[in-house]
Design a protein around this ligand. Structure first.
Ligand code: SF4
Ligand code: SF4
Length: 343
């Protein structure tokens, strides 16, 4: 075990290096900070996001320094993302175009999917509880969620513990999906409606919001054991961005695609997670029982390896071209089970 990196001391057990252990806040747990075990529902605290103070900030800063010094491409993506956050929005047109919610929805989805950096899109009503704690209550009515695959071949090098491409795929993926969201927001603004595009690296104080809960509500996919979304189009190796707007739209709905049923009997990510951060059981987090990744185990590993994402690339759904057929197979199986129960 060294100063900068730790060592694997068991199949799912990792001991962090000296520097990491020194920066881990004493007397507090990231899981407690995230609300693990809490029955009451309240807004998530921004832990990995934005400029807000939090106990793990030193470790997050170390992660960012290592990630960006280790990958020029990731550094460029980060800078472009930040620049676009601040200067990428066009003025809202003074004359407002009026159309029905159905017409606007069709146009928004057509334009999103025509974007080179977007592959899936879903819409749902914005909820105040999706804003992180301490943020303003942004007064937009709708949230549009955009998803885009990471390059599987490059990401999957992490299965051989080569993490050089994972950081590029993660940070680059955030920047590319943000581009799609900001471009879409700019089209909405050109129609005279307020809109703003956000990416996973957005740090705009007061506007930080969770992206996974709205993505689930918008029917992008379902929450999986690896703590990420599985989509029946993109598997689990993809990034999302959001656009908030008041343009009248029509909401999509959450969709059953068989993920939960599959995860109940699959242990691939759990077995392959080096620090053992993935549990076979769902966890109570801020009033909701759901799949949850142990922050205290995952974060030190991710920090020391500048990225990880093994749980994304090892997931059977992430293999290119597999997700749709896996979903159909699971839905058929679930229908058969329901028939047997009913008969
Ligand atoms: S990114 Fe996934 S595989 Fe890697 S340490 Fe975290 S939970 Fe485990
Ligand atoms: S690897 Fe298996 S258990 Fe883990 S998220 Fe994918 S399907 Fe679910």
């Amino acid at each position: 075990m060294g100063f900068f990196t730790g060592e694997q001391i068991g199949p799912n057990e990792y001991k962090a290096g000296t520097l990491t252990r020194w920066l881990i806040p004493k007397g507090t747990s990231g899981n407690v900070f995230n609300g693990v075990g809490r029955k009451d529902e309240y807004r998530a605290l921004p832990q990995m996001h934005g400029p807000e103070d939090h106990p793990w900030q030193s470790l997050v800063i170390l992660f960012l320094i290592r990630a960006y010094l280790g990958s020029f491409s990731a550094l460029v993506s980060f800078i472009v993302h930040q620049w676009r956050d601040r200067y990428g929005s066009v003025e809202i047109a003074p004359v407002r175009v009026e159309k029905s919610p159905e017409e606007f929805t069709a146009e928004v989805k057509r334009r999103a999917l025509a974007h080179p950096e977007a592959e899936v899109v879903g819409i749902t009503r914005m909820r105040k509880e999706w804003m992180f704690a301490g943020q303003e209550d942004i007064d937009y009515k709708w949230i549009v969620v955009i998803g885009r695959s990471m390059d599987y071949e490059n990401l999957a090098k992490n299965l051989n513990h080569d993490f050089s491409s994972a950081i590029t795929q993660v940070i680059g993926g955030y920047e590319k999906t943000q581009r799609a969201a900001v471009d879409l927001a700019n089209w909405v603004r050109s129609q005279g409606w307020p809109a703003r595009g956000y990416g996973g690296l957005t740090t705009t104080k007061g506007e930080l919001h969770a992206m996974i809960p709205p993505a689930l509500e918008a029917g992008i996919g379902q929450l999986a054991k690896n703590g990420s979304i599985i989509s029946d189009e993109l598997g689990s190796a993809f990034r999302i961005s959001t656009m908030l707007t008041d343009m009248p739209l029509v909401a999509d709905a959450p969709r059953e695609i068989g993920v939960d049923e599959f995860c109940m009997s699959c242990k691939k990510c759990q077995t392959d997670c080096p620090p053992g951060a993935i549990s076979n059981e769902k966890t109570l987090v801020r009033g909701v029982v759901k799949w949850y990744v142990d922050f205290d185990k995952c974060m030190p590993y991710v920090t020391e390896h500048k990225a990880c994402g093994i749980c994304l690339s090892t997931c059977p759904w992430s293999r290119p071209g597999i997700a749709k057929s896996l979903s159909q197979k699971m839905l058929r199986k679930m229908a058969r089970q329901e028939e047997m129960v009913a008969s």
